[in-house]
Design a protein around this ligand. Sequence first.
Ligand code: GAL
Ligand code: CA
Length: 355
Amino acid sequence: MKKIKKLSKFLTIIPIIYLLSACDKNVTISNYNNHIKEIKIGVTLYNQDDAFISTIVKNIEEIAKDKENDGNYKIIINVLDARGSASEQSSQVERFVSQNYDVICVNMVDRTTASTIIDKAKASNIPVVFFNREPVEEDLDRWNKLYYVGAEAEKAGEMQADIIINAYRKNKQMVDRNGDGKIQYAMLEGEPGHQDALIRSEYCIKAMEKNGIELEKVADDTAYWQSAQATAKMSKWINTYGDKIEVVFSNNDDMALGAIQALEGQNRIKNKPLVIGIDGIPKALEAVKKGTMIGTVINDSWKQADAIFNLAYKLATHGDMSSVQGLEKGKYIRTAHTEVTIDNVDLFLQKSTDK
Ligand code: GAL
Ligand code: CA
């Protein structure tokens, strides 16, 4: 009996090792059982170092593991990092196609080049779930097995404005520090051509103006969603403008945190600007709690991961796509945002430590 047990252990280990070496890194496998059908989901990322993207991936893996525990399918999630190279991403998609993946999830390096990826997948009848970096509509219309999961970028911008407007109405001096009746601001932008950067900035400013708040743009620049680049830009602005900037609107949290780092330990500035981000990553929630950040807007990485995985699972198991919740025009899922300030941050800090 002991021998049989040992042998069966050995036999379970072989296929796992085989799969690990046959596929690429980051393969999630558990509950291996020869009788259970397997589904393979390939994921390619524009840059795995991106704080928000890495959270989405972690969530997808967790959700897949949970689903696998239902015992219906063995689920393989293979995550590849394109490290900012569109051609690398294109070869990753080719690899998934040649290894007969059931679905490919793409976080595009260059959102204007979706057609190359679509053509490859379509030729082999493999559905694609794009996420976070939205292809143009004409590309998504090229085939009926293309989907997109993202967020409502307009709302994120408007909510940033709302947080600042509320602070201003509560205590004008806290925002308009030089008392000239205008808000001097700087905008830290994510990435040229990225829908979330362009739309968030535009709708934030529009909402401020709609509410009758006079604005003066002091500076704006791109920091590619990254904290370190934002620290560099903010340091430059401090040198050039001193304490003229009253509010820093940042297209995401990581850059907001970078700006805060530049502001910390700055004696030249008596009145530090209010800094606001988007995403709701744990470090940003802590900064809101500490008061170094006035607020953030939650970009729901859990709901997005859930939507990406559910679409992929339904597609891979040939489920009924019309039963997918929240699917707009048969292909889009956009998750809602939530405003976070000192008033409600505890609620979200709690959630992020629960996960
Ligand atoms: C945005 C997110 C950023 C960054 C970017 C990458 O939606 O807010 O933090 O992750 O996507 O495409
Ligand atoms: Ca002012």
